[in-house]
Design a protein around this ligand. Structure first.
Ligand SMILES: Nc1ncnc2c1ncn2[C@@H]1O[C@H](COP(=O)(O)OP(=O)(O)OP(=O)(O)O)[C@@H](O)[C@H]1O
Ligand SMILES: [Mg+2]
Length: 222
């Protein structure tokens, strides 16, 4: 059996009192899992806890990922630097994703490689023509695509995505879904996403966890 990317055991999350309790699931390499549930339930809180941004209340999180840059987080409120360009925002991800040395220990030309990773990631989300624009001049959906490019430039082992398709029309959402699915499969990383629309959740995920009824449901794999 392959080693899971992440294993969550009896996890309880919240701020002062628990919002979600006794959560259990694993994510295997190459697997995309979607969390659905009503507003205010604690979905963002769960992602923030797994990302290590807030402390867990109890339970265990086992993660087989590198400590620096191993988690690519696409937050619900994006967290982009608004006055900086698309390039510079995506570069923030690439900084912790580009290897400094090759497998024999030789030093790479890091800044050159980093620039290539940034340009490729921006192109993949369809924003090559906006690369030098400041974030504040982009639409909501374009900003979401920048946050997606930033996470992928990080070469993550686990992607956490919070409503990352909202504000995208069907055509753009389909393109980003295809991109992310290919990325996860090629890199054998894991992905945990929160998605309001259950149809979209089914379109992107291998498995759905509905937090509203605390039951883990599986959907047929293709
Ligand atoms: N920093 C915070 N401190 C205290 N309570 C918070 C904080 N952030 C969120 N909460 C509360 O925790 C609850 C869950 O919030 P959370 O953002 O995790 O919900 P959610 O399931 O992601 O909702 P939505 O679908 O609307 O994004 C809410 O009642 C919210 O008011
Ligand atoms: Mg949320």
């Amino acid at each position: 059996m392959t080693k899971p990317i992440i294993r969550i055991e009896n996890l309880s999350v919240g701020y002062t009192k628990p919002l979600l309790e006794k959560i259990n699931f694993v994510i295997q390499p190459g697997e995309i899992v979607a969390i659905i549930g009503i507003s205010g339930l604690g979905k963002t809180t769960l992602l923030r806890t797994i990302a290590g941004l807030i402390p867990k209340l109890s339970g265990k999180i086992f993660a087989d990922i590198r400590p620096r840059g191993g988690i690519g987080y696409i937050p619900q409120r994006l967290g982009l630097v608004r006055h900086a360009s698309v390039y510079h925002n995506v570069e923030l991800g690439a900084r912790c994703g580009v290897k400094v040395r090759d497998d024999s220990g030789n030093i790479f030309n890091w800044s050159k490689r980093k620039a290539v990773v940034v340009r490729n990631s921006v192109e993949e989300v369809g924003l090559a023509d906006k690369i030098d624009e400041p974030i504040r001049r982009l639409s909501g959906g374009q900003q979401r695509r920048v946050a997606t490019a930033r996470a992928m430039a990080q070469n993550p082992e686990l992607i956490l995505a919070d409503e990352f398709l909202s504000e995208l029309d069907k055509e753009n959402a389909d393109a980003i879904i295809a991109l992310v699915k290919t990325y996860v499969s090629n890199n054998q990383c894991g992905m945990l996403l929160v998605e309001h629309h259950s149809e979209r959740a089914k379109q992107i995920a291998d498995r759905i966890i509905d937090l509203s009824d605390f039951e883990t449901k599986s959907i047929e794999e293709e």
